[in-house]
Design a protein around this ligand. Sequence first.
Ligand SMILES: [Zn+2]
Length: 259
Amino acid sequence: MFDIGVNLTSTQFAKDREQVVRRAREAGLTGMLITGTNALESQQAQSLAQRHPDFCWSTAGIHPHHASEWSADTASTLRRLAESPQVVAIGECGLDFNRNFSAHNQQEYAFDAQLALAAELQMPVFLHCRDAHERFMAVLKPWLPHLPGAVVHCFTGTAEELAECLASGLSVGITGWVCDERRGMQLRELLPQIPVERLLLETDAPYLLPRDMRPRPTSRRNEPCFLPHIVQQVALWRGEEAAWLAQQTADNSRRLFRL
Ligand SMILES: [Zn+2]
């Protein structure tokens, strides 16, 4: 069981990061990828990963929310971080036209620049797309032949968008969003359409606590130790066996990120 999306640098984990990693191991996880969302957090993610060799790895990138921070300096920080053995992907990068914390042109510029960096360094990319599918694919597609791998993390799009992602060769990250009986139903029905070798699982902790956990956790904070619940539910809705799916998706993670 491998969690490809843990925001371990979040201040929500400030008091107990070591215990969060310990609980993840105790829950049966075999690895996790710590998300870098700007220059500083990508550095923090790398140093956290360094403390847990062979269990934690990290990404280095600028999230679309932080695209306005993009500069030659951030590019060289990412380039330097990418030399570290813990850093196994460029990202999280992409487009977010839902929250619009950075202007669309800034988001597209930073996204394109990170794809160029990943192609140059021959690293896989960890992608974020929210309410921006058309522009996201337009920026991404020219780079795909030059990239060794790509996952669109926390996929929440439509059937048509999923089909286009799969046809373009992307892997798809599924979070506990799919456990939400209010907004996750459409995605739940799409789960069987994802070929198992393209499926990756993630908590996106501390966000997106699965809403159908019983008993409900006392805190709203999500943790990587809740990944087994997501594995179980996704396996149920795909008509597969949970232990088998856990192994397959962990194998996919190690293949994509070359661990
Ligand atoms: Zn994201």
